[in-house]
Design a protein around this ligand. Sequence first.
Ligand SMILES: [Zn+2]
Length: 299
Amino acid sequence: MVVASEIKGELARIQPARACCQRAELAGLVYGADDAAVITLDHATARIAVHLAAALGIPADSSHHPALPPGRRRQAARHHLRVAFGAGEVGEWSWANAEAHDRRAFLRGVLLGHASISFTAHGAHLELVFGAAMAAGQLRAWLAETGIGTHIARRRRRHVVYVKGQEEIATLLRVTGANRGLLDLESRRVGRDVRNRLNRLLNAEEANLARSVAAADRQLQAIDRLEAGGELARLPPALREAAARRRQHPDAALEAVAAALGVSRSAANHRLRRLVELAEDGEREALPPPRRRMRGRSA
Ligand SMILES: [Zn+2]
């Protein structure tokens, strides 16, 4: 199974051949940043940033000790990598006029620069974090154009764009070229479907068990009533034996009672049902008043 960081690794290994795509990806990497810099914990992301800059002839400066503006200093751990590009060198990049290949490269840069991806029991989770509301809002519109629905939320003073569902995360991975990640996402989804089906089966099994416990309880109550009314002793041996076996195995499934009786499941079922019917008939005729069972079972 691919882990979330490997999706970024996969995206970072894609090296666009054309200058237009290289420029677009670089624009995505620094999208929403106040300074033309990539700040990341991910070595592969820092590497592709340096690589793209080199390919485009843009001076880049990478360091392990980011000189961050005061507000961001606290968030930046020592392990952050910073790749800064020459002021004004990255240049303007416009989504509106971009070709499909460049939009894909741009989104790949955005994912590398801003996304965090995690896998939970409920599926994949993908979010993109920005300092500025405008960057987040604009990206949402572009993603919507790409067929990817998002939610937005504020977390502390950041603006978080969530990609909505598994289908949409899959679309984003497909568009940006994370094919292994996409495959992994799909296989996790299959795994989850199987797990859900298994849960439904287990629930159904529990429901069966509950039904069989409730049936056993009705039978035990019926046997008690028949005994209290003195009818049990007068019943044919087959029914008396069924009653005795049920009392011996109060929680057993029908199959086990049948085995104890040495008869088929349906024969055992028939006898136990007959006991319940006889007890109900007795009640209807208001024969001896039924004694309440004193065992701690509920009906
Ligand atoms: Zn291109």
